[in-house]
Design a protein around this ligand. Structure first.
Ligand code: Z3D
Length: 651
């Protein structure tokens, strides 16, 4: 720090944790920048935002201007054009000529005429700018200006009129030296993701359970036959539970029993056996070539593949023999199984991220990710990342995205909020949430308000799974099909990214035992064959919802969620609009799967861009019904059709 430095730049936004972490944005957006900038004395300041792609030299610039002069608050923006990392900073300097001119102005307006030496001062500044001018037009303009100033030393009012002309001001700003320039350091980072990072509908499957022969696991080739039906439901991302060879030792049996029967296939998360580890395909599923074929077939149907990335090993994983140094060896030579209290994973070993041989382990994990990227994987759903070092994830996400900026990472961490938030801060594109456990009006309002606050949304992007193979919430266990409709519609309209684990559309709701969130006969431990057209399925609503999401950009954003007052304790009302209000959606959901509820909901007309007292048309995108709405509206919702998703059309 130099003691003669005048300018202070602070509170630059967007930034997270004093710039220790990257802000998240999407290609095509503009990055809105804010900063507090001031200096001692009345001198005039100029400021710009400068940005460039990480790893590239040279920078672009855009001006910052006052958003609020009295608060020294500046703002500006710049475009985010490419998928990758962008670094930006703010530079500010003193505009010597403008400072001089405003001083002259005050003196002239105060009636002084003895200002020859003031004009000489300004002349020196203009002369220096003339010396820097390259363009003939600038040279001509400033040549005339300096001549006139010279001639008007005795007539300061006339001299002022010459230098106050807009074209002179513009040229002087352009040709000025950045006097006493201060640059914010270090630069702030932005992760510019592709749009799928924010908006997408996910569907989760166990590939082996996509077949038709009871008791026999499907191959990937057979699982491909399910792709048209999955695509027809309108999903964007198909997430596959682990596809690798499954261990034999301590293999789990049906319903998480600690002893497997001879035909039990084991948990896919128990990765590795004599056929290979994390870079191999379970022979029951097929070969790598079959995987490539599956990825291509999915892509042809508009489905992007996400795979599970679980850094852990069955006792039969090749690493256990080849690299015992990567595990936690107890003094008696045995290895401890993994735990994530209260859950116990007796069939897997954790890896030792503190092992003296860890660098080789990290390189191997990096290689495995690269391997799957080469085979068409663009999204990793990372299993229990909170049981591995944060710094490891930061390194590997940075390193992978430096080469493959299109690759997305979803953190499957269910733990304390600071840990989940930190995983997002260090680079996870998306995160699992507590959504499944938020069911009442108060819980949903509070949680969604927290998640959609700009400070949080700058780094944390929720992926609202309505169920997972580990979470069958009691709301679904006891609420029948209406409960599934309610949770589906909430997940798909509260947030831009949501997902269901297959079987949800069949309203599968039987838990292994009362009080448990585990499914009965969970396909984590056995092969399931389902009738995907079973009566009572809610596929039509899933398809409709996904279509509504694709057709309405308001539902593709996170931070535009607004909750609206509703009289009934059981009716949650909220709205979403695009910034230009060309797409406005209002949603009302009956949160009680057991009976109908009714009451008034109140929509602030200003949020819709409608004048006080105005009326508007809404169309229910679920049913096609049209209503005439105003500020206060009567809503009545039955469990069988527990929601309105209304598109507003302003007359
Ligand atoms: C979850 C995984 C499954 C079974 C366990 C089994 C384990 C290892 C868990 C460990 C992390 C993550 C997965 N939350 O399904 O647990 O439930 O019984 O021991 O095979 O796999 O990877 O979603």
């Amino acid at each position: 720090v130099t003691r003669d430095r005048h300018i202070v730049i602070e509170s630059v936004k967007p930034q997270i944790g004093c710039g220790h972490y990257a802000v998240k944005r999407v290609v095509g957006q503009r990055c809105e920048v804010e900063a507090t900038i001031f200096r001692d004395g009345p001198d005039v300041l100029r400021a710009v935002v400068r940005w460039h792609l990480k790893g590239q030299r040279g920078a672009s610039e855009a001006p910052l201007t006052y958003a609020n002069r009295g608060l020294d608050l500046w703002h500006g923006s710049f475009p985010l054009e490419a998928n990758g990392r962008v670094l930006f900073t703010v530079e500010a300097w003193t505009d010597v000529f403008a400072t001089w001119r405003s001083e002259l102005e005050r003196k002239v307006h105060g009636g002084r005429t003895d200002l020859a030496s003031e004009i000489t001062e300004g002349l020196a500044i203009a002369d220096a700018a003339l010396g820097r001018a390259q363009l003939p037009a600038d040279k001509a303009l400033l040549g005339r200006v300096t001549e006139r100033m010279e001639a008007l030393k005795a007539d300061p009012a006339a001299a002022l009129a010459v230098v106050a002309r807009p074209e002179v001001e513009e040229a002087m700003i352009r040709l000025q030296e950045r006097h006493g320039a201060v640059i914010l350091e270090p630069e702030l980072e932005i992760i510019v993701d592709r749009p799928r990072a924010v908006f997408g509908s996910w569907y989760e499957i166990f590939p082996r359970s996509q077949g038709t022969v009871p008791g026999r696991g499907a191959t990937l080739r057979e699982a491909e036959r399910r792709l048209p039906a999955i695509a027809a439901m309108g999903f964007d991302v198909l997430y596959l539970t682990p596809i690798h060879p499954i261990g034999h030792a301590h293999r789990k049996g049906r319903n998480n029993s600690l002893v497997a029967g001879p035909n039990d296939p084991g948990s896919p998360w128990a990765i590795g056996n004599e056929h290979g580890g994390h870079d191999a395909i379970d022979p029951g599923l097929g070969t790598l070539a079959d995987f490539d074929h599956f990825v291509a077939a999915a892509r042809a149907k508009g489905l992007e593949i996400a795979i599970d990335f679980a850094v852990q090993c069955s006792p039969d994983h090749p690493w256990v023999k080849q690299h015992p140094e990567w595990f936690y060896l107890r003094p008696d030579g045995t290895i401890k199984y993994a735990e994530n209290p209260p859950k116990k994973y007796e069939d897997i070993y954790p890896l030792n991220f503190d092992s003296p041989a860890r660098e080789a382990l990290f390189a191997e994990i990096r290689r495995i990710m690269e391997h799957w990227i080469q085979h068409g994987v663009t999204i990793f759903r990372v299993d229990n990342p909170h049981t591995k070092p944060i710094a490891f994830w930061r390194w590997i996400i940075d390193d992978i995205q430096a080469q493959h900026p299109e690759v997305l990472f979803l953190a499957e961490a269910f733990t304390r909020p600071p840990v989940m938030q930190m995983l997002a801060k260090i680079g996870f594109t998306q995160s699992y949430t507590y959504f499944t456990w938020r069911n009442t009006k108060a819980e949903l309002t509070e949680y969604l308000t927290e998640l959609t606050r700009p400070e949080m949304a700058d780094f944390y992007r929720p992926n609202f799974f309505a169920n997972t193979p580990d979470i069958l919430h009691e709301f679904l266990q006891h609420g029948g099909p209406p409960a599934f409709l309610i949770r589906l519609i909430l997940a798909g309209t509260l947030g831009p990214t949501y997902g269901i684990y297959s079987g949800f559309e069949l309203c599968e709701n039987v838990a292994v035992r009362p009080g448990s969130e585990e499914y009965l006969d969970s396909e984590k431990y056995e092969i399931r064959v389902r009738d995907w057209d079973a009566p009572g399925n809610i596929k039509a609503t899933v398809r409709r919802l996904n279509a509504i999401r694709r057709e309405n950009p308001a539902l593709q954003e996170l931070t535009n969620l607004r909750f609206y007052p509703s009289e009934s304790e059981h009716i949650l009302c909220y709205g979403k609009a695009t910034t230009d209000r060309t797409n406005v959606i209002l949603v009302a959901v009956n949160l009680d799967p057991t009976r109908w509820h009714d009451g008034m909901v109140q929509v602030p007309l200003a949020d819709l861009g409608i004048a006080p007292g105005g009326r508007y048309q809404v169309e229910d995108l679920l049913t096609g019904a049209r209503y005439d709405w105003g500020e206060r509206n009567y809503v009545r919702l039955a469990p069988e059709l527990p929601a309105h998703i209304l598109r507003v059309s302003v007359r």
